[in-house]
Design a protein around this ligand. Structure first.
Ligand code: PLP
Length: 454
């Protein structure tokens, strides 16, 4: 049989014939086809022609330990041979889920009581939303159900987590957000601060606006506030100084649960095990995913404090069952890989590596702040972003949002670095095992790519 590749049977043609790509311009994809990645090793990935790329966003902010970590593969294989699949429904359990829950509770940034496992960041946040509702039903407050996210926040894409997400591109024509979901201000001081307004004043204004929103809606109707410590998919938005110190007391004052979405920030990305530690956050629930397994297998979790757990426990007594769960909640292979990943975070001193090299990355990010296309260069830890604008002085965005960002992304790709443009913000989130040389290469390529983008 003739196996000669031809345009008609190429992987590219087969991709276009059968695969719908998430978060993709479907018509552009049909014209241009996929970037076909076939292999990864360390911080590098390789396409079908063998061309090498630095994976400058760790896949989707997930492959923190780099590609081809044999220890993670071996852990998966061992578990597949021993107990490839099992579940936690109706009193069933298995050792890996138990051990992972213990490990997570042991490293939680604030005292947490229990862990609920899921498969994706979206499911973790959906679970946290449902738990906030369940909690208030358990406490006899059925009207306290509204959920507050933030403009620019990203919490996932399911019907509920997608409603919580504060990005128009994820709402348009999907009829989101659902009722009950509200969005507070975006914490970008550079974009939304008033002329002459300090970061501290901006943070105070956002806190005042949040309090006004709470009072307008009625505190007795608001269940929870969700925030990423640093916004990721909304374009790497670092909160203004003092922001969370003003927000958290408001949530306490009005008896509103605080959920920290650590899906990107968790497991070392900001130079601490959790973003909560960087910003002094004391959430009632924490959503984790991505780095939990270094992105090798799907797994996520919600950690909850005693307040939430007590409500679940009491309600279960009343209803006879805790009626929530996924077939793959606590999947043994995923749990085994996550346990091995947690070992590797410690053995490789990942937090230490990020602390040592974050100044290198951040200096590199800032070295491009003067570029004519760069409105703001920003970041923290192993997160960086360049918000591109048509006019540096007025901060005016480009007339067709996302096109210039995409162009910059493409120029990076042509030069062997995969980055991600979110709108017109070009972002980087290198694997946490990256070296100073990897970082230097990323920054050099971004500089060249920006020069090529006009
Ligand atoms: N929360 C945050 C902060 C994220 O960045 C993401 C994904 O990028 C999610 C939630 C959703 O995770 P998933 O795509 O695994 O559903």
């Amino acid at each position: 049989e003739d196996q000669t590749p031809s345009p008609a049977n190429s992987d590219s043609a087969r991709d276009r014939a059968g695969v719908i790509h998430p978060m993709t311009d479907l018509q552009r994809h049909d014209r241009e086809g996929p970037l076909l990645i076939t292999r990864g090793d360390g911080v590098m990935v390789y396409d079908e022609d063998g061309k090498a790329y630095i994976e400058g966003v760790s896949g989707l902010w997930s492959v923190s330990l780099g590609f081809a970590q044999k220890r993670l593969a071996d852990a998966a294989y061992r578990q597949l041979m021993e107990l490839p699949s099992y579940h936690l429904f109706r009193h069933k359990s298995h050792p890996k889920a138990i051990e992972l829950a213990e490990r997570l509770l042991g490293i939680a940034p604030v005292p947490m009581s229990k862990v609920f496992f899921a498969n994706s960041g979206s499911e973790a946040n959906d679970t946290a939303i449902k738990l906030a509702w369940y909690y208030n039903n358990a406490r006899g407050r059925p009207e306290k159900k509204k959920i507050i996210g933030r403009i620019g926040g990203y919490h996932g894409i399911t019907v509920a987590s997608g409603s919580l997400t504060g990005l128009a591109r994820n709402h348009a024509d999907f009829d989101l957000p659902l009722p009950r979901f509200l969005h507070a201000d975006c914490p970008s001081h550079w974009r939304y601060g008033l002329p002459g307004e300090s970061e501290a004043d901006y943070a105070a204004r956002l806190a005042a606006n949040l309090e006004a929103l709470i009072l307008r809606e009625g505190p007795e109707t608001i269940a929870a506030f969700f925030a990423e410590p640093v916004i990721g998919s909304g374009g790497v938005i670092v909160p203004p100084r003092g922001y969370f110190d003003l927000i958290q007391p408001l949530l306490k004052k009005y008896d509103i649960l605080f959920v920290a979405d650590e899906v990107i920030c968790g497991f070392g990305r900001l130079g601490a095990m959790f973003g909560c530690q960087v910003y002094g956050l004391e959430p009632d629930m924490i959503a984790i995913a991505k780095g939990l397994s270094s992105g090798y297998v799907p797994i996520s979790a919600v950690m909850m404090n005693a307040k939430i757990w007590d409500a679940c426990y009491a309600q279960s007594g009343k209803l006879g069952v805790f009626g929530h769960g996924f077939t793959y909640s606590g999947h043994p292979v995923a749990a085994a890989v996550a346990l091995e990943a947690l070992d590797l975070y410690e053995e490789f001193d990942i937090v230490g590596n990020v602390q040592r090299l974050a100044p290198v990355l951040q200096a590199g990010v800032q070295s491009l702040a003067g570029h004519p296309l760069v409105g703001e260069a920003r970041g923290i830890g192993f997160l960086g972003g360049w918000e591109l604008v048509s006019d540096k002085a007025t901060k005016a965005p480009f007339p067709s949002p996302g096109m210039v960002g995409l162009m910059a992304e493409r120029h990076c790709q042509a030069r062997g670095v995969i980055l991600r443009a979110l709108g017109d913000t070009l972002t980087t989130a290198p694997p946490l095992v990256a070296t100073a040389d990897d970082i230097a290469r990323i920054i050099a390529v971004v500089g060249e790519a920006l020069d090529a983008t006009h």
